[in-house]
Design a protein around this ligand. Structure first.
Ligand code: SF4
Length: 366
C-alpha cells in the first residue's frame, strides 16, 4: 500500500536542497524522488528557464510535436459530499441535475459532431443517483462513437472498474485534491470523501481493475504547492512501479471561482504552476500532463510544447450545458472559453498537431 510522509517531512526535504543539488539533478539521466524534491525546491526558482528547456526537450522526444484534445461531459451535479472548495458541494444551493441516458447521449453526440473523439464523463459523488449501472449503460451506448471514454466520478471498487472497462471505459481520473492530511480533513467536511486513505488507494484499484490509463492530481490552492508536487511524484512513482502496464497522467487544477465562494488557502501563481509542470516532466518523461480550461487561453498557448500533453477544449462544467448554453449550476467557471476549433488553430499556429484520436478499442484485443 502506498504511504505518504507528512507534509512537514516533505517540506524539510525540499527546503534542504542547494544550488549544487539543482545542477546535479538537471544533468542526471534518470531522476530519483530526491531529485524531484531538488527540482521543486526554492533553490530551483532561479533555474526555471533551464528546467523549461529540459522539459520541452523531453516532451518533444517522448510525445513529438502533438497535443491531445478532449472534452468533459458533465452528467450529474448531485453530490453527497461537502467539500468546501467545490460548487457541487451538498451545502450549495444550486440547480442540480442528472442527465437521463438519452440526454447524456445527446450531449455526447454534440461533442462528437464538434470533432471530439476523447471524452471524460464527470459527475458529483452520489452513488444512489448515479452508479456503475448508469455508467455501464452510457458507455455501451457511446463506445462505438468515441475512441476513448474516461470517467471522473466517485471512487469505485476494483470489480466495478473491471466491469466498466469491459463496457468500454478505458481511463479513470481520481484526484487526491490535497496530499496534506490535515488540510484534507479541514476542507472535506462531510461525506464518504472524508476517508483520505480510501481515496488514496483508488488509483491502484482502478489500475488493478485493468484500466488502460489512470490520472492522479492535486487541486492547487489548498496546500503548499512544492510539497504537493513531491507527494504527487511519490504517488506517481509508486504506481509506475506497481502497475507498470498502466498509462499514467497527472493534473494540477488550480482553484477557480465557484458557488460557495471558497477562498484559496494559499496562492499558486502561473509561474508556480509552470515550475511544477517542468519538474514533473523532467522527473517522469512518460507521464501525460493535462492542462485544462481552468487556465486562461494566454497561459495555455504559452505552455504548448513545454510539458503538457493534453488539453481540454470548449468545456462546459454544468450537466446539459452543451445542448443549452444558458444552463446554470456549473461546478466552477472556466478560464479558457475557446471552441475546439479555436484551440486547435492555436496549437497549429505554434507548429504542433492537435490530436483528436490517439487510441482505438481494436488495440485492446491484442
Ligand atoms: S469535489 Fe467532488 S466530491 Fe467534493 S463536492 Fe465537488 S463533486 Fe462532490
Amino acid at each position: 500500500m502506498f504511504e505518504i510522509p507528512s507534509f512537514a517531512q516533505l517540506t524539510d526535504q525540499i527546503n534542504s536542497c542547494t544550488d549544487e543539488d539543482i545542477k546535479r539533478s538537471l544533468r542526471a539521466a534518470h531522476l530519483s524522488t530526491h531529485d524531484l524534491a531538488v527540482l521543486l525546491s526554492p533553490a530551483a526558482d532561479k533555474h526555471l528557464e533551464a528546467m523549461a528547456k529540459r522539459s520541452a526537450d523531453i516532451t518533444a522526444m517522448r510525445f513529438g510535436r502533438t497535443t491531445q484534445i478532449y472534452a468533459p461531459l458533465y452528467v450529474s451535479s448531485f453530490c453527497t459530499n461537502r467539500c468546501s472548495y467545490c460548487g457541487f458541494s451538498a451545502d450549495n444551493k444550486i440547480e442540480r441535475r442528472i442527465l437521463s441516458l438519452d440526454e447524456a447521449e445527446a450531449e455526447a453526440m454534440i461533442l462528437h459532431h464538434r470533432g471530439f473523439n476523447h471524452i471524460l464523463l464527470v459527475s458529483g459523488e452520489a452513488p444512489a443517483k448515479l452508479g456503475v449501472d448508469y455508467l455501464e449503460k452510457l458507455a455501451l451506448r457511446l463506445r462505438n462513437r468515441f475512441a476513448s471514454i474516461s470517467i471522473e466520478v466517485q471512487p469505485l471498487s476494483t470489480e466495478e472498474y473491471a466491469r466498466l472497462f469491459t463496457a468500454g471505459i478505458t481511463s479513470v481520473a481520481i484526484y487526491q485534491e490535497t496530499y496534506d492530511r490535515n488540510i484534507y480533513d479541514r476542507v472535506h467536511i462531510a461525506g464518504k470523501k472524508c476517508d483520505y486513505d480510501f481515496r488514496l488507494e483508488t488509483p491502484a484499484r482502478a489500475a488493478a481493475g485493468s484500466m488502460r490509463e489512470v490520472g492522479i492530481g492535486a487541486l492547487l490552492g489548498l496546500a503548499d504547492w512544492r510539497a504537493e508536487g513531491l507527494a504527487l511524484g511519490l504517488h506517481l512513482a509508486w504506481l509506475r512501479k506497481n502497475f507498470w502496464r498502466t498509462g499514467l497522467t497527472v493534473s494540477f487544477p488550480r482553484l477557480r471561482p465557484a458557488a460557495g465562494e471558497f477562498q484559496p488557502l494559499c496562492e499558486v501563481n502561473e509561474r508556480d504552476l509552470s515550475h511544477l509542470i517542468f519538474a514533473l516532466r523532467i522527473f517522469d518523461p512518460d507521464v501525460g500532463i493535462i492542462l485544462s480550461t481552468r487556465e486562461e487561453a494566454r497561459y495555455r498557448n504559452g505552455m504548448l510544447g513545454l510539458g503538457p500533453t493534453r488539453y481540454s477544449a470548449g468545456s462546459c462544467t454544468a450537466p446539459g450545458g452543451y445542448s443549452d448554453p444558458d444552463t446554470t449550476g456549473e461546478q466552477f467557471s472556466i478560464g479558457d472559453q475557446r471552441s475546439i476549433n479555436e484551440v486547435c488553430a492555436a496549437i497549429k499556429q505554434k507548429g504542433f498537431d492537435p490530436v483528436r484520436k490517439d487510441w482505438d478499442a481494436a488495440f485492446q484485443l491484442q
